[in-house]
Design a protein around this ligand. Structure first.
Ligand code: NAD
Length: 437
């Protein structure tokens, strides 16, 4: 089954490879299940998916693969065509002749429209949130209020009020004993986990600086023209990637994976200041909404550590997706899981299994539910999302910003109303003129 993996995302290799580690986690889940959790015969976990695009369909597949006693009982998407596509694909994958169906959907349990999420949440024990990022805070709050376990794709918000709301929801999930697993999938990748263990164990000494880059040719071209949409709202949601209010901009939607590794290295301590630049040089046509196509941001921590973070979407240019962490005693090539001293001598290299991080995160989510040991990734998913939003704010305004200022930002990208009709066409930010709000 394909995932969404736009060129923007970790390589298909990472989530297609079924490896020894994925299998090991799965075995751990199965043994805990066989240890008596099914004794009552009523341990079915009902899964609901909200956001039936590529990633959501992939997440549903991973959820059903993670635990044998799961059924996909409800689908929600703002567009009916998307629910139908996901329904066909998942039914084909999981309902086999002679076996009990794992996908138990009917026309009455596939929901569309702005309130689809409420119906899905009502029907489910575990909710998978994989819509366009803008809607995540609203959907997460509703799921947690209803007492449901959640898999929550990244980024978790597009503005600071959204992040603050998700922080509250995460705390609420913790208080209610609900599992909340983040789609910041590298944190579940065995090679990355081993590499960060070495960093935290002191192999490179004290961290001095970090560099991360996410430079690719871009993602999908706008999917629908205005004349094929019933309203401006439909047009923008169909082409969500290109609108800051929906995606957060591409550094938030995509580069967050690299920024999250910087936060991981810093033990999720937040930086003091954020400054940098950005703009749109190549992706200038109106059809590309109002997002930028490049950012160059410097994050500075209170102890002087700096992260140099750059990302761009420029076709026909050199691509680079790399993360480096430099310490007093050595340097880490995170993507290659390799550590050298400053003379270039190899200090450590990961030689364990690759691992399907997309599967592992679901294995761990369901194991945590079964074992009654809730997982909560709320803290880092909020901070890493805010880090990315802060970079966008610094790029859009051209100002040096403090963490406190961005965390307390009042910029709220929520539209006047969630309804099919007119919606203002947002303008492109101009550094030096666009104010920090
Ligand atoms: N962790 C990863 O590696 C990874 C990989 C790909 C995508 N993602 C994330 O997953 C999310 C979805 O990305 P995608 O590539 O699947 O995009 P997509 O466009 O394929 O799917 C998004 C779906 O959400 C639907 N949607 C929009 N607003 C909605 C609403 N209010 N209610 C219900 N559905 C709504 C859209 O109609 C669409 O079908 C994004 O946040 C993206 O950043 C994460």
């Amino acid at each position: 089954m394909q995932n969404t993996a736009t060129p923007s995302e970790p390589s298909r290799r990472d989530f297609l490879a079924a490896t020894a580690v994925g299998a090991a986690s799965l075995t751990a889940v199965s043994s805990s299940l066989h240890a008596g959790l099914f004794a009552s015969g009523s341990d079915l976990l009902k899964v609901g998916l909200i956001g039936c695009g590529g990633r959501g369909t992939g997440a549903a597949e991973q959820a059903l693969n993670a635990d044998p006693a799961t059924e996909l009982v409800a689908l929600g998407d703002i567009f009916e065509d998307a629910t139908q596509r996901a329904r066909r694909s998942l039914t084909r994958m999981f309902n086999k002749a002679g076996a009990s169906p794992r996908v138990t959907l009917s026309d009455d349990t596939c929901y569309s429209g702005f309130d689809n999420y409420l119906r899905v949440i009502e029907k489910s024990d575990v909710v998978l949130l994989a819509t366009t990022p803008h809607f995540r805070p609203q959907h997460l709050r509703a799921a947690v209020e209803a007492g449901k376990h959640v898999f929550c794709e990244k980024p978790v918000a597009v503005d600071a009020p959204g992040v603050r709301s998700v922080m509250e929801s995460s705390q609420m999930a913790q208080a209610k004993g609900l599992s909340l697993v983040s789609g910041l999938c590298w944190r579940y990748h065995p090679g990355k986990q081993a590499t960060f263990e070495q960093i935290k164990g002191g192999l490179i000494g004290e961290i001095v600086s970090m560099q991360c880059s996410y430079m690719t040719g871009g993602v999908w071209d706008p999917r629908r023209t205005r004349d094929k949409c019933s309203s401006e709202m439909e047009y923008q949601i169909r082409n969500w990637y290109y609108y800051t209010w929906l995606s957060g901009d591409f550094n938030v939607e995509q580069h967050i994976h690299s920024l999250d590794k910087m936060m991981w290295a810093m033990n999720d301590e937040v930086p003091a200041t954020i400054s940098g630049s950005g703009g749109r040089q190549v992706r200038t046509d109106d059809k590309y909404g109002n997002i930028y196509d490049h950012f160059d941001i410097v994050y500075t921590w209170p102890n002087g550590v700096k992260a140099f973070a750059r990302c761009r979407h420029w076709p026909n240019c050199e691509n680079e997706v790399e993360d480096y962490i430099i310490g007093t005693k050595g340097r880490v090539d995170v993507m290659s899981h390799k550590i050298e001293d400053h003379a270039g001598n190899l200090l450590w290299k990961y030689d364990g299994p690759d691992g399907d991080m997309y599967q592992i995160e679901h294995n761990e989510l369901f194991a945590s539910i079964r074992e009654g040991k809730p997982l909560n990734n709320g803290d880092y998913m909020c901070k890493s999302t805010m880090l990315a939003i802060a970079g966008r704010m610094a790029g859009y305004t051209g100002q040096r910003l403090t963490w406190d200022a961005v965390m307390n930002s009042k910029e709220d990208l929520t539209p006047q109303a969630y309804e099919w009709g007119d919606h203002p066409v947002p303008t492109v930010a101009i550094p030096g003129k666009t104010p920090f709000v």
